[in-house]
Design a protein. Structure first.
Length: 163
């Protein structure tokens, strides 16, 4: 993994952790709009929101990420319980050994909601949304150059002391 933790690296880290589950369903990085019935259950992982907000008077960034994990199930009696069971298994797998928790500055907030969709065929399941700030430095590229999550004034002080 690179020095900077991108959303794609976070999604791959989640997929890698979930692939060790012995009874795991198919896992896909990206949003799924249609799944053949024979491929269910399935899990999709995507990170649709990446917020970079300046805080304070300097260019110090509070970089928060939203990570979604969707559990897709068969439309059948008992789908709700099946989705809930898989959701609990995912959360337990991710947080069991502490390594996933260490990716975040503080524990991410977690929300879970059920979904029913008829786009591309009926799909049901649950969406786990984790929101928080990652431990690794984040970088933003802008026209003026690359801004890192540091205080520009602090960088000037460091340059003066080096010279």
């Amino acid at each position: 993994m690179s020095e900077y933790f991108a959303r794609s690296a976070l999604m791959q880290a989640v997929k890698d952790r979930l692939e060790v589950k012995p009874d795991r369903p198919e896992i896909v990085i990206g949003r799924i709009s249609e799944i053949p019935a024979e491929s269910l259950p399935a899990i999709s992982i995507y990170a649709p929101v990446d917020n970079m907000e300046p805080k304070g008077a300097f260019w110090e960034f509070d970089a928060s990420v939203n990570l979604n994990i969707e559990v897709h199930c068969q439309v059948a009696e008992g789908w709700c319980a099946a989705a809930e069971q898989e959701t609990q298994s995912i959360i337990f797998t991710l947080f069991a050994d502490g390594s996933f928790r260490r990716l975040w500055k503080k524990p991410p907030s977690i929300s879970i909601k059920q979904f029913v969709s008829d786009k591309g065929g009926p799909m049901v399941g649950e969406i786990i949304t984790m929101s928080g700030e990652l431990q690794r430095p984040r970088v933003i590229s802008i026209d003026a150059g690359e801004l890192q999550g540091i205080d520009i004034e602090q960088g000037a002080i460091d340059n003066e002391s080096a010279g």
